[in-house]
Design a protein around this ligand. Structure first.
Ligand SMILES: Cc1cc2nc3c(=O)[nH]c(=O)nc-3n(C[C@H](O)[C@H](O)[C@H](O)COP(=O)(O)O)c2cc1C
Length: 147
């Protein structure tokens, strides 16, 4: 059993649904899961945790408002996050040139702080994917052997 911290970046709620679907799958696989709708970097456990980032992109490749402070604290920390295992789900719309930039950029930032990626990031295209929650759940299930 692993302990998951799901860190959500969302403006309109779509990423929250994806995060909740992930919670359901991870719980059914026997893991401990905590959801962070207003992530506070200082409050999120990191020792022997898996962080699942689930964020949309807004503006022109920008982070959703609710995760901007988390990203800023992350950029400024000198903490070594090598005990954090990482999964990222990047949600966006491929009509934008900046497709999924928030998820892609936070994933790079976390890797630069030492996080260990369990699987390459998943992108979900809200303009194409009919059931993003189901795709996220299938991705977790495919990766379940190394969660
Ligand atoms: C004003 C606005 C700007 C957006 N900018 C981007 C973008 O730069 N890149 C991208 O991939 N998606 C972009 N999107 C698409 C959103 O990421 C997508 O609609 C997503 O499902 C929103 O998730 P949320 O409901 O969790 O906020 C944008 C959407 C809006 C409304």
């Amino acid at each position: 059993m692993s302990s998951f911290q799901i860190i959500i970046g969302s403006m309109l709620g779509g990423s929250e649904y994806v995060a909740e679907a992930c919670e359901e799958t991870l719980t059914s696989l026997g893991h401990h899961v905590e959801l962070h709708f207003q992530p506070d970097f200082a409050q999120i456990p990191n020792e022997n945790q898996t962080w699942l980032i689930c964020t949309s992109t807004h503006g022109a490749g920008d982070y959703p408002d609710n995760i901007q402070e988390f990203v800023s604290d992350l950029k400024n920390t000198d903490q070594d996050l090598s005990s954090v295992k990482l999964l990222t789900i990047a949600i966006g719309d491929s009509n934008y040139d900046t497709f999924c930039y928030a998820g892609i950029n936070i994933n790079k930032l976390l890797l630069s702080k030492g996080c260990v990626e369990l699987s390459p990031l998943l992108t979900l295209d809200m303009s194409q994917d009919i059931d993003p929650e189901e795709l996220a759940q299938a991705w977790l299930s495919q990766n379940q052997d190394h969660l």
